[in-house]
Design a binder for this molecule. Structure first.
Ligand SMILES: *Cc1c(COP(=O)(O)O)cnc(C)c1O
Length: 376
């Protein structure tokens, strides 16, 4: 089945008695022991019917053997990392990654005796030269937040395989509609489901998609940390995923048009969108992505309006944190997603105070362009 069909059909746990078309909401935290066994269903074990429904849908969408649905993106990222790494291991991380992930590495990994290096660039050679004797894992995020940098997924997977390293990717910005890293050789995909998977800015959740073997390695860690997703949120996530393909295709179309508009505007200095031929990652993005996604960022020239003037003039696009919802949102990454990264490191990453990040929603694109035009 194609992805649009999987979004709608995959994983549904139908109720045989009433035969409704949807997975029913199983609100029990206690279930009878099945077949005289002492192993039961329990929400924190990730095994209730609502967990199974969403996990199966996500596994099929990512073409994974297994998926685990967590209570946030950070729960997925932290548990996947700690589930496969141990004291004495070394890991390699892409330099520009989600601010929360960066913070987690600095705050937590040293306490568990895990060392790590950041790449300086995005080329496979930048990763290769950091490999040490005790390196166990390579971690990438592409397109990355907030500059939409692109890493060659197949090349990194090949490098990891040749050196017997685990490869892990944050696929939040692309979603499985635009990019399927396991098909390109990656071992573990993680998501902040809070973004496109939930898609309506009303959920906080995460996903890990991987092989059965790796899922079994990570699951006990997730159970011990207690980061499973509540059943009501699971039901909302399952519902959201049914329109994922439809939504993402509209995000792709709208973002490309907005990027093209901004790129020709006299008051805009730089536009970062992997679907523009001027973007350094364009060729690789074209090779590994179905669409270029709904995220873009741009720098305004100095003769434009101030940040607060600009924000107050917008009528549709809301200045707000987070991304990936049906509504368009704008923010200043240096004050939001990367506020906790030390300023000197942030500047090295290219995240200046003049940078805006736009999460292009699924409104009529003409209205979005008018809104931007008026505010600029
Ligand atoms: C938001 C985000 C995360 C963290 O997810 P939460 O659901 O907020 O825990 C991780 N990676 C990326 C790329 C994100 O945008």
């Amino acid at each position: 089945m194609k992805t649009a069909t999987l979004c709608v059909q995959a994983g549904t746990q139908r109720d045989p008695i009433f035969a409704g078309v949807n997975t029913p909401l199983h609100t029990s935290s206690s279930f009878d022991f099945p077949n005289d066994q002492n192993v039961s269903y329990y929400p924190r074990y990730f095994n209730t019917p609502n967990h199974i429904a969403v996990a199966q849908k996500m596994a099929e969408l990512e073409n994974a053997e297994a998926a685990l649905i967590t209570s946030s993106g950070m729960a997925a990222i932290s548990s996947a990392l700690l589930g496969v790494l141990k004291s004495g291991d070394h890991a390699i991380f892409q330099s520009v990654i989600y601010g929360g992930t960066h913070r987690f590495l600095d705050a937590v990994l040293p306490r568990f005796g895990i060392t790590y290096s950041f790449t300086t660039g995005f080329d496979v050679s930048d990763f290769a030269k950091l490999i040490q004797k005790n390196t166990r894992l390579i971690y990438v995020e592409t397109p990355s937040n907030p500059l939409l940098d692109i890493v060659d997924v197949a090349a990194i997977a090949e490098l990891a395989k040749s050196r017997q390293l685990i490869s892990m990717i944050d696929n939040t910005f692309a979603t499985p509609i635009n990019q399927r890293p396991l098909d390109l050789g990656f071992d573990i995909v993680v998501h902040s489901g809070t973004k496109y998977l939930g898609g309506h800015s009303d959920l906080c959740c995460g996903v890990i998609a991987t092989s059965q073997k790796k899922a079994e390695q990570i699951l006990p860690f997730l159970q011990d940390m207690g980061s499973s997703l509540d059943v009501h949120a699971l039901a909302l996530l399952e519902r959201s995923l049914k329109t994922l393909s439809l939504r993402v295709r509209q995000h792709n179309t709208n973002a490309l048009q907005v990027a093209q508009f901004l790129a020709t505007h006299s008051k805009i200095k730089n536009v970062f969108y992997p679907g523009l031929e001027t973007h350094p990652g364009y060729a690789i993005a074209k090779k590994q992505m179905v669409g270029f996604g709904g995220m873009l960022s741009y720098e305004m020239k100095n003769n434009g309006p101030t940040m607060s003037e600009f924000f107050s003039r917008l009528k549709i696009i809301r200045p707000a944190s987070s991304l990936g919802g049906v509504e368009s949102l704008i923010c200043q990454p240096s004050k939001t997603s990367h506020a906790e990264v030390p300023p000197e490191e942030r500047i090295k990453m290219g995240i200046l105070d003049t940078l805006f990040r736009l999460s292009v929603g699924i409104e009529d694109v003409d209205d979005l362009i008018e809104d931007l035009k008026g505010a600029i």
